[in-house]
Design a protein around this ligand. Structure first.
Ligand code: FAD
Length: 434
């Protein structure tokens, strides 16, 4: 029976409903806004941009720009509507948010194969294929059901993420590899600080500007995971006994223990990315760059993801989902959007697109449609579905896209070349989704 239930007409669900319907599949699209709104949604239209009206960079030297271009070439309704409602914003794709949402809403309401059901979905049906795209503020009743089918250990309600940097941007003339007390294989990268460096860093950290939290976030966050700047504020030397403790580490360059040490832990399978251990933070992104670049060894660090702290419902996709975004333990349930840990507007559209195509392929008896990590979309799906410890949501970035065999120093040139390869690769795959 070629009918699919899509839950949530946000960025992911709207794209998915369109992709399914245009392939001749009947869709029941559940959206609760008319009867119940989340803390962030205001309008009754679909694909509402809850905060910024920018979908990020729109040039090919940027990974979000590349992802958008890939989506365009795959006939994305959301990106097409963004293009049609573009407002001037330099290199970014910013939109008139009402026009954008209206266009998507009108399109979906008028598609023959889509039936819109303006209710909260509270039970996950067993007898139909269901795509859950209910977003970072999934309703409580549905969260509960998702918790049941995924085992609640794998369902999170807050992001408390530390920043991630690329290995190649860490200055290994200063930083060194070692595990505390010589246990393990030297898998940590350590950034040593002397007393003066520590106090300079400390003072910058406690006075740096923080991102405002919404009331519904402020309440719950801090018992979940304390941001590093808040720990710092409890005392000048608290960090030295906490996340920056130097004990058990001997700097091979001096054969001494340092005053403080920031540790970085591998974040991806290939070992190209490292996160700052214990540095979950609520500082503004520009401030994170300024303050964390004061850490010796990170002066030129390339931050591919900044730390964040906010309310965010997401599942541990790395354990739960296969490459087609289907739940490994349930044949009828797929996930897309921010709930999979694909972070931000454009990644949500991308996972919505990929889940829908894979559902369609399955119903048509075709093999799954998998893009590899040469493409921004493939790299995103790979990042969220491959096994890893400490999974945290991720947006589009070149740190997860396959790198070049050659070394190009100029970043713009390097990234433009990676994008050219991605688009060439995508061209060879488009026949599969015609
Ligand atoms: P959403 O777009 O949130 O769509 C989910 C939909 O599901 C909603 O319409 C909701 O009403 C509906 N729904 C939920 N539960 C049910 C249910 N049980 N039954 C029926 N319908 C249901 N990302 C950015 O890129 N830039 C930003 O500036 C930005 N700011 C943000 C600010 C806040 C406060 C929050 C919470 C998130 C922000 N994000 C931002 C992340 C943003 O939410 C996602 O990028 C994007 O909207 C996620 O798309 P989605 O389709 O997964 O979820």
């Amino acid at each position: 029976n070629k009918e699919v239930i899509v839950v949530g007409a946000g960025l992911a669900g709207s794209e998915a409903a369109y992709q399914l319907a245009k392939r001749g599949i009947k869709v029941k699209l559940y959206e609760m806004k008319k009867v119940k709104k989340t803390e962030a949604h205001k309008s009754e239209n679909f694909a509402e941009l809850v905060c910024s009206n920018s979908l990020g960079a729109d040039n090919l030297a940027n990974a979000s720009g590349l992802m958008k271009e890939e989506l365009r070439r795959m006939d994305s309704l959301v990106i097409k509507s963004a293009d049609n409602n573009r407002v001037p914003a330099g290199q970014a794709l910013a939109v008139d948010r009402d026009g954008f949402s209206q266009e998507i809403t009108d399109k979906l309401r008028n598609m023959e194969n889509i039936e819109i059901i303006e209710e909260e979905l509270t039970e996950i049906p067993e007898d139909k294929i269901v795509l859950i795209a209910s977003g970072p503020l999934t309703s409580d009743a549905l969260s509960k059901k998702i918790g049941e089918i995924t085992h609640s250990d794998y369902l999170y309600f807050y992001d408390a993420a530390a920043p991630i940097v690329t290995l190649e941007s860490i200055n290994m003339d200063i930083a060194y590899r070692q595990s505390r007390y010589g246990k393990g294989d030297g898998e940590y990268i350590n950034c040593p600080m002397d007393k003066e460096q520590y106090y300079n860093f400390y003072n910058a950290l406690i006075t740096a500007e923080r991102a405002p939290l919404k009331a519904f976030e402020e309440e719950k966050i801090f018992d979940a995971c304390m941001p590093v700047e808040r720990i710092a504020m409890t005392g000048e030397r608290t960090l030295v006994f906490g996340p920056l403790k130097p004990k058990g580490l001997i700097n091979p360059k001096t054969d001494k223990m340092d005053y403080a040490v920031v540790q970085l832990r591998q974040d991806d399978k290939e070992g190209k990315l490292y996160n700052l251990v214990g540095f979950q933070t609520n500082l503004k992104w520009g401030e994170q760059k300024r303050v964390f670049s004061m850490i010796p060894g990170l002066e030129n660090a390339e931050f591919i993801r900044y730390g964040v702290m906010h309310r965010n419902t997401f599942i541990n996709s790395t354990q739960l989902l296969d490459e087609s975004l289907k739940l490994k333990t349930k044949d009828n349930v797929y996930f897309a959007g921010q709930i999979t840990g694909s972070e931000g507007y454009v990644s949500s559209v991308a996972t919505g697109m990929m889940a829908a195509i894979n559902i369609a392929h399955r119903l048509e008896g075709k093999t799954p449609f998998i893009l590899d990590d040469r493409s921004a979309i493939g790299a995103m799906v790979k990042y969220i579905t491959e096994d890893k410890k400490n999974f945290q949501p991720m947006g589009p970035n070149f740190g997860i896209i396959r790198s070049l065999d050659e070394r190009i120093r100029d970043k713009k040139e390097k990234y433009s070349k990676i994008s050219a390869i991605a688009l060439e690769y995508l061209e060879t795959k488009l026949d599969e989704i015609k």
